[in-house]
Design a protein. Structure first.
Length: 355
């Protein structure tokens, strides 16, 4: 099985090559399929009606759980296609793909890490769909101009804090290394959370090797690596811990909306956006349905569902009203190419540091 510590574009070369070859053979084994024109939409949310009579689609999605199910239900209602949905973290999805490399199952993947899907494209595992409806309205920094992946939503990483325990919230990432927060801070495990790794690689791409000093200070101050995103957040909600570094903001907003004593701040020096890209896999045996599903994800209806789930919509013409929008969040000057190339090394070094 694939080593989850290297689940991004830093997958072990042998495993990635095997997966690439297998996907290629699966495509070849299906014969020379007639290229589909996909769902040629004429409306904002009805384009899924152009799906084929095949009536099946398999989607692997990194969630969030409620949103993924609503998106699937919306697509099914408009297309009549039955979707088989598997949900997990980005690491679990890529591990499942590796385990299924001799018999690829998924048609579409939705990940919580842009470099992860860039790695799939780089290794020839994605099926381009440049004519996707509304693709021209997506944030160009988050999606592929050739149509290999479409970031239909995004989250930002911040500092989540318990409002009962923290009366004056921190304003900088460095504040979490202060003595008053000793043993009171969690940080997600980058081998389990694509967004956490986005933060770490993004921070290091902006700060250089000197950025490791921050994480060393965290370790010295008792910051705990605590599972994936929700596992890191839950102890802060209950008051067992005070804060989460690199907290996924939409999870915090949702908990706050439920009345939990929690809030989030974006450090003044800037943070990292973690786009959530969707891609059609080249091995798909349900190409028209997959294209129609992408069209649905980019529709007005689906983008409103994204905004209602406290995520940043992927389309620049859609705004969220329950959270900070992109123009309200200070950003680090990140380098996505560097982040993808160095993800495996960063994961290994960070997890060893925090063991």
């Amino acid at each position: 099985m694939m080593n989850r510590h290297v689940f991004r574009t830093g997958w072990k070369k042998g495993a990635m090559l095997a997966l690439t070859l297998t996907f290629g053979m699966a495509v070849a084994g299906c014969g020379a399929a007639t290229p589909s024109k996909g769902a040629q939409a004429t409306g904002t949310a009805g384009q899924a009606g152009a799906a084929s009579s095949d009536q099946k689609l398999v989607v692997y999605s990194a969630g969030p759980d409620g949103l993924a199910k609503k998106l699937v239900a919306g697509y099914e209602a408009k297309s009549g296609v039955k979707v088989e949905l598997f949900q997990g973290t980005t690491g679990k999805i890529l591990a499942r793909m590796e385990a299924e490399k001799t018999n690829p199952v998924a048609d579409v993947v939705v990940l919580a890490s842009l470099p992860s899907v860039q790695g799939l494209k780089k290794d020839g595992l994605t099926l381009p769909y440049p004519e996707a409806h509304n693709a021209d309205k997506l944030n160009p920094d988050w999606s592929d101009k050739e149509g290999n992946y479409f970031s239909t939503s995004a989250s930002a990483l911040g500092i989540a804090y318990n409002t009962n325990l923290v009366k004056t919230p921190p304003t900088s990432w460095a504040d979490l290394a202060k003595p008053e927060y000793k043993d009171q801070v969690n940080i997600p495990d980058p081998s389990l959370s694509g967004s956490a790794l986005d933060f770490m690689t993004g921070y290091l791409s902006a700060k250089g090797d000197g950025g490791w000093m921050l994480f060393e200070q965290y370790k010295t101050n008792g910051v705990a690596m605590a599972g994936a995103n929700q596992e890191a957040l839950d102890p802060v909600i209950t008051g067992a811990k005070s804060m989460v570094a690199a907290a996924v903001d939409y999870m915090t907003y949702k908990a706050k909306a439920k009345g939990e004593p929690i809030d989030i701040v974006y450090p003044k020096e800037g943070t990292v956006i973690s786009p959530r890209p969707a891609a059609i896999l080249k091995s798909t045996q349900h190409e028209q349905n997959a294209k129609a599903f992408i069209d649905y994800l980019l529709s007005d209806e689906a983008q409103k569902l994204v905004a209602d789930a406290s995520l940043l919509p992927g389309r620049t013409d859609v705004k969220a009203d329950k959270r900070a929008n992109l123009d309200e969040i200070p950003l680090l000057d990140t380098n996505w190419e560097w982040m993808g190339d160095n993800g495996a090394d960063v994961t290994e070094k960070f997890t060893q540091m925090f063991k």
